[in-house]
Design a protein around this ligand. Sequence first.
Ligand code: FAD
Length: 563
Amino acid sequence: MPSWDRSVDFLVVGSGAAGMTAALRAHDLGGETLVVEKSPLFGGSSALSGGVAWVPNNPLMAGAGISDSAEEGLRYLESVTAGSSTTEKLRAYVETAPRMMLTLAECSHVHFECVPGYPDYYPEEAGGKKGGRSCEPAVFDGLRLGDELERMRLIDKKNLILGGRLTVKVADSKALMAGGWPVARFMLRGLFSYYTNLRARRKGLVNTNFSLGAALAGRLRLSLMDREVPVWLDTPLQDLIDDGGRIVGALVEREGRPLRIQAKKGVLLAAGGFERNLEMRQRYQPAPTSDRWTAGCEANTGDTVAPALAKGASLDLMDEAWWCPSMLIPSMNPVRVVIYEKNLPGGVIVDRRGRRFMNEAEPYNDVGKSMYRANTSEGLAIPAFLVFDGTFRRKYSCGPMMPGATTPDWALPKVLEGNFFEKSESLDGLARKIGVDADGLIETVRCFNEFARTGKDPDFGRGDSLQDRYYTAKAEGPNPSLGPIEKPPFYAVKVYPGDLGTKGGFRTDARARILTDSDEVIPGLYAAGNCSAAVMGRTYPGAGGTIGPAMAFGYIAAEHALG
Ligand SMILES: Cc1cc2nc3c(=O)[nH]c(=O)nc-3n(C[C@H](O)[C@H](O)[C@H](O)COP(=O)(O)OP(=O)(O)OC[C@H]3O[C@@H](n4cnc5c(N)ncnc54)[C@H](O)[C@@H]3O)c2cc1C
């Protein structure tokens, strides 16, 4: 074999949550570790995300007075994955993730806080919980990264609340739905802390008091910096190198030069999904599809698939994604994900016939699936339309539209009307503008208003589950998820079956080792996060159900490789 340009014990491909967690663990187990990252920025989708990790029986639950156990977590996961994952992997998850969280809290900057009231996405299933398993990263001062802050992937600041000036935690978001003075107080306090953070203001406009995924990526990166684990940016993986069937290294490109990196103990592929690769989407995902509907990181183009397939890797769940409806905002990228707008009273989602086709408040992963199911030749549900009335508009935000009470229509950016939303004084007029059957829409709204009065949605059961009622407003009627659509003007926004990233990839075992079609392990080759077939199968168990397993299986891979 030709000589190596660099030799390490453990090579990690990708600097998202899976990759950085694995690198941290591998280093702490004594392995010389290197992270190679394709883009000039570290963090991947993990840095753009909510940063929430869903961990059953996590060490923070006891402090919040919530009981849980690995058995309950496993029972729940077996129930909701319904055969689309394996018991061995689910067991490995419920056993490892709490231990990982504890070790990270003790040995690194990666600290989480429990969100006690955030229910599992199917809290009524066996083993489901009303809260506590979803944990968010503690707020993090980005200035602690020093110059490395410049190299962190950050959400386009135009897309954040008040131009990125506020630090909003997941735990705050429910309270913020209530509106009124508490929200005004929150905003004022937030703006005060933003403008008085003089060290950060000297560096520019970006709010460096990070919450959500930015806090997670920042905390992981700082922990790697403490350990002097190198993260080579602008260094894409190009190929894997094997010796008699064992993966012993990789070919990467750095500063325009190919480099051969030896990985004595193993290579972990943690390069995210293929959400930004249109050709792969068209090949594997349900139609119609687009690389513009995803909120995932632009560098996630499935680059590791071809090299690993050439070494015998097998794939699974390639037709799946972490579905999450999205709205496209002219002149703004990334897209806006529709997490709460779909649940709020005074709004419905309809197809071209003007008919509802799902419980809009169901978990966003299920909304994506419902949209594809409903996209028949009669229904045409892609795109669908979120229709709401003047009361909704006055009280709540919708994508880039802040509540009308503070930002009336005349104060919105001009580009939005006609591009992002349509508006009319009547439902009939609105239907004509958006190309939806007017009689269908009027009838749907008439029925829905009746459901709002009785508090029961006999068609789709909206608001029946505790989950439906998490992201919604203060109860005004008998069901906080339902409210009449009656006050003009009426509005409509297009909704697409977007995603937070794809979740199909390499089939792995409970130790994150990549398997061949005949279930043989490929020695030395591991996968975690969105480039592996999701441990959670075809479901999304709760908020944090993608980052939790990404981190845990990165951790498991490092432990296995380093012995
Ligand atoms: C807006 C948004 C909100 C979300 N909120 C949550 C949440 O709160 N909780 C949750 O669980 N999930 C959430 N998700 C989903 C979650 O962010 C992802 O599923 C998760 O971060 C994937 O982690 P990863 O480590 O697998 O990939 P990523 O974090 O995407 O990292 C992959 C990295 O690999 C790099 N890479 C790609 N190709 C190569 C190559 N050839 N060589 C080297 N490097 C390469 C990429 O540049 C990237 O940096 C959210 C996603 C979005 C977009």
